[in-house]
Design a binder for this molecule. Structure first.
Ligand code: ZN
Ligand code: FE
Length: 239
């Protein structure tokens, strides 16, 4: 499986997961249709599936146009069946979604929204975390509670350390400033920030990030308890 990172809107990332044996593909969180269509058509991709991590407009904006054009099947959390446009396949926590050569385990990770999920392509060691876990940050808590978000991050933290994390936005540099302010002696963080600046300076995305790096550098994953986590989340909202 090959992952193609597609920049959308201001700072969103959509992802194409491409099976190179037959050019079948899934798109994760198509913010808008146009950049996806451009890639799909210039590379002869068969866009079979649309996978949504949550219902926010910047993650589902391209659903209906892509579905209409390619007859793609829209996959989303069963609890969000009334707010994911064009939803066809309802998935549930800890269940496996498997079609063609694509196989992912679903994790229900509420907090940012109540119906947020992650798609874990466990054979490829890749997880698509939407707006729950970012590189060096985590999503704002809109519909859920601190405890839900804390537990959702814990589930991701328990995956193999070499898991590649594909998140919904390029927020890494902004996030790094907050981590730095609260963890100024962290050498690994300093090294990671240098690499981040390098990538951005060359016009490259900072994703994917590796879970091991996040565990060492992401202040929200480093929070030892709910109280610490909640305090950090509040501080970040006003940072
Ligand atoms: Zn969102
Ligand atoms: Fe978003």
């Amino acid at each position: 499986m090959k992952i193609e990172i597609i920049k959308c809107l201001q700072d969103n990332y959509s992802y194409l997961i491409i099976d190179e044996t037959n050019l079948n593909a899934c798109v994760v969180d198509p913010s808008e249709a146009k950049p996806i269509i451009n890639f799909v058509e210039s590379n002869n991709i068969n866009l079979k599936y649309i996978l949504n991590t949550h219902h926010h407009f910047d993650h589902i904006g391209g659903n209906l146009e892509l579905k209409k054009r390619y007859n793609s099947n829209v996959v989303g959390f069963k609890g969000d069946k009334d707010r994911i446009p064009g939803i066809d396949t309802l998935v549930d926590d800890l269940k496996i979604w498997k079609e063609n050569n694509f196989e992912a385990k679903i994790y229900h990770i509420p907090g940012h929204t109540s119906g947020h999920i992650a798609f874990h392509f466990f054979k490829e060691n890749k997880i698509f975390t939407g707006d729950t876990l970012f590189s060096l940050g985590c999503g704002r808590i809109f519909e859920g509670t601190y405890v839900q978000m804390f537990n959702s991050l814990k589930k991701i933290k328990a995956l193999p350390k070499n898991t590649e994390i594909y998140c919904g936005h390029e927020y890494t540099l902004q996030n790094s400033h907050f981590c730095e302010a609260h963890d100024s002696n962290n050498l690994q963080l300093k090294n990671k920030i240098a690499k981040i600046k390098d990538k951005l300076g060359n016009g490259l995305p900072t994703v994917p990030t590796i879970l091991e790096d996040e565990i060492q550098c992401n202040i929200f994953l480093k929070a030892i308890d709910l109280k610490t986590f909640s305090k950090l989340r509040d501080l970040k909202d006003n940072f």
